[in-house]
Design a protein around this ligand. Structure first.
Ligand code: SF4
Ligand code: SF4
Length: 422
């Protein structure tokens, strides 16, 4: 039996769309492409027509359903709370079931379900990275020396670590025994490309005195497979993660994420997959929310203010914004002794990554990223902080294309920077 709803199961939600058009102004894709089929109202009409057999499942349908960032901005402003992102994901599952996965869908899902292969690829980047990639002068990141399938040579991507983050912490890290144990779901990007975010988490959690474990058998959260419509891979990964995070039946364990996409992938999505997965999903908390709720802001406010401060702005990852986590990262940044926090225009707007969206529609993704870069430039910030490695990659790419001086970092890195070394 499938753990995922079919497109037909969304019939009642589809019927709730009154075609008011309030979603139009929210959709970054529509703002760029200006075609009705890209906006929520259009996608819902197309999904309805497919269910009524008024429309074939053809190339046009596949293209229209691929042109969605799954950002949830339309849902935020929809008077009838029509869950367009979920309808689009169900449509993609329908496409995968009837037509098979796309070439990229097959490639990405075959890699993410093989952690050993991912480890080997990351480690071999140390040997072959110089042949494939070149460092971008004056900016962080790498670019391909020659185009590869799905990645263009003008796309900035982060460096790979030869020592995946999880391998660095095979043993539990002690803390105060009267505090709950945190179990860290690292996600693929922190494990392979942003280990510094994981290191920052370890330092901050140690400072706060929470015991920490990093389950070694965890895998990808499954979000790339979900976005591609591959429900079997989502289930396979979810089963492995539920086993890895069973924590010997310990109920007081809090599962923390430092990646907004993983937070959605193992939290919100697992809760929608039935009881067995919901038990894990219910324990998932974003690390910034957890730390803010457990006294980090007050502790930071007690630190002596630095003479030199940096101007820092914040980008809201869609997967935190849609879950109402917007004030906690800002409260943490505002409390840092070496930071002058400033808001930027469009902080709550999607960066344009949208997972597979930026692979299939890189030109549109870049256009959306350009608007973000304009907001960053106008903020005059030195640094752009965020809470999602995917957003960090996209923001740095947009900054590099706009030839701006700013660097992108995770909020946790800024917190770790102002704490004493233990
Ligand atoms: S805002 Fe909601 S109800 Fe209105 S057109 Fe968009 S999806 Fe339909
Ligand atoms: S989820 Fe985002 S990209 Fe997709 S239709 Fe809604 S606003 Fe547009």
């Amino acid at each position: 039996m499938s753990n995922h709803k079919k497109l037909a199961d969304f019939r009642a939600d589809i019927d709730k769309c009154v075609k008011c058009g309030a979603c139009q102004a929210q959709c970054a894709v529509y703002k760029t492409i200006k075609r009705e089929s890209t906006v929520a109202r259009g996608k819902i009409a197309i999904a309805n027509a497919l269910l009524d057999k008024d429309l074939p499942l053809d190339k046009r349908f596949v293209l229209d359903m691929s042109q969605c960032l799954l950002c949830g901005s339309c849902f935020d402003k929809c008077p009838n709370l029509v869950p367009t992102d979920q309808i689009v994901m169900a449509a993609r599952r329908e496409i995968a079931e009837r037509k098979g996965l796309s070439t990229f869908g097959k490639a990405i899902t075959s890699v993410i379900k093989r952690p050993k292969l991912m480890n080997t690829l990351a480690k071999s980047s140390d040997h072959f990275g110089g042949i494939l990639f070149k460092k971008i002068p004056d900016h962080s990141g790498l670019r391909l020396r020659f185009p590869l399938p799905f990645i263009t040579t003008d796309r900035s991507i982060p460096d790979f670590t030869p020592t995946p983050f999880r391998e660095r912490y095979p043993q539990p890290i002690g803390g105060n025994t009267d505090k709950p144990t945190l179990s860290f779901f690292t996600g693929c990007m922190i494990n392979y490309t942003y280990p510094e975010v994981g290191e920052a988490l370890v330092k901050v959690v140690r400072f706060m005195g929470f015991p920490l474990i990093i389950p070694q058998d965890q895998g990808c959260c499954g979000l790339p497979a979900l976005a591609a419509g591959d429900e079997k891979t989502v289930d396979q990964l979810a089963d492995a993660n539920v086993t890895a995070f069973s924590c010997n039946g310990q109920n007081d364990v809090v599962i923390v994420t430092a990646c907004a996409s993983c937070y959605s992938g193992i939290g919100e999505r697992y809760r929608a997959m039935g009881k067995d997965y919901a038990q894990m999903g219910d324990k998932v908390v974003d690390i910034l929310k957890f730390l803010a709720d457990n006294g980090l802001v007050e502790k930071l406010q007690q630190l002596p203010r630095w003479k030199e401060t940096k101007r820092v702005t914040y980008h809201d990852p869609c997967h935190l914004r849609t879950q109402g986590i917007t004030t906690e990262p800002r409260a943490i940044l505002s409390a840092l002794p070496n930071v002058n926090f400033v808001e930027m225009e469009g902080a709550d707007k999607c960066c344009g990554l949208g997972g597979t969206f930026s692979v299939y529609h890189y030109d549109t993704s870049r256009e959306i990223g350009k608007r973000k870069a304009d907001g960053i430039a106008a903020s005059n910030a030195d640094l752009v902080a965020s809470a999602c490695p995917g957003c960090m990659m996209q923001l740095q790419d947009s900054i590099n294309h706009a030839k701006l001086p700013q660097q992108v970092c995770h909020v946790l890195e800024l917190v770790a920077d102002c704490l004493p070394d233990s």
